[in-house]
Design a protein around this ligand. Structure first.
Ligand code: GLP
Length: 259
């Protein structure tokens, strides 16, 4: 695992965007796994800038999003569909036919349909030859996508029940009313994420320092789903100084280190 500590949010975002843009330039037909949350916003801003100012071309890129809340239509401002169009897809030349975001509209009561849908999502990833780069944020409790603590470390795309902690954290996007936060989501599994050829995890701010410490230096455990990236052959963690502040190893600032 390569741990990169950058001074602040902007530097972290630019570095992550640089890694992504390298893949897009080297392999114009690459499949990118994308993430939502507030952390990737700076990365997306930088990719948009690269598209507009440097002609970074996304026309042949395929995308797969990590997750989506169940019960939210794509038009809902807090759906991850809405988020992705608003913050990235509307501003770059991605081909909509190549965009994949798990549907939030599969009926939660029809579990066999959800299973079928999730299998289809995995098949689509397989059909394009797998994900070349998977971008990840991290929850305070170490979740990635919506793989909450206790998630099976080998699971593929499936339905997950969200923890109260995560719903409380995410209630800031739902008028601070936890009752409005969906209880279920469809998410790629840790197995799906581990199948990506490169995993790029980003984190910023003090509130993520504990999760980053456990991810990098703790035991690999389903209680900290992100710790599984220790097993990945090509994982890059780009964090800012605050998110990296609890790491025991004194990584040189702004320098990279292998762990
Ligand atoms: C949600 C998303 C995760 C994201 C996490 C942290 O739960 N499903 O993919 O990493 O939030 O979000 P933020 O970056 O806003 O802290």
């Amino acid at each position: 695992m390569l741990v990169v500590i950058k001074k602040g949010y902007e530097e972290m975002s630019k570095e992550a965007a640089r890694v992504i843009s390298e893949i897009v330039r080297e392999k114009p037909t690459a499949a990118l796994g994308l993430a939502t949350g507030s952390t990737p916003l700076g990365v997306y801003r930088e990719l948009i800038r690269m598209h507009k100012e440097e002609g970074l071309d996304f026309s042949k890129i395929t995308t797969f999003n990590l997750d989506e809340y169940l019960g939210l239509p794509p038009s809902h401002p807090q759906s991850y569909h809405y988020f992705m169009y608003e913050n990235l897809f509307n501003h770059i030349n991605v081909n909509e036919r190549f965009v994949h975001i798990p549907s939030g509209m599969v009926d939660v009561n029809e579990i066999h349909r959800i299973h079928k849908y999730c299998d289809w999502y995995e098949d689509r990833i397989g059909e394009v030859g797998g994900i070349d780069l998977q971008l990840l944020g991290i929850g305070k409790n170490g979740h990635i996508g919506f793989n909450e603590p206790g998630s099976s470390l080998g699971a593929l795309t499936r339905i997950k029940t969200l923890t109260e902690n995560t719903r409380a954290d995410n209630s800031r996007f739902f008028d601070n009313d936890i009752r409005k936060v969906p209880k279920y989501a469809i998410t790629m599994g840790i197995g799906t994420i581990m199948n990506a050829r490169l995993v790029l995890l980003i984190a910023s701010g003090k509130t993520k320092a504990g999760a980053i410490k456990k991810t990098v230096e703790g035991p690999i455990t389903a209680q900290v789903p992100a710790s599984m990236v220790q097993m990945h052959r090509k994982a890059i963690l780009i964090v800012d100084e605050e998110a990296g502040s609890k790491l025991d190893v004194h990584y040189e600032r702004i320098v990279t280190d292998l762990n």
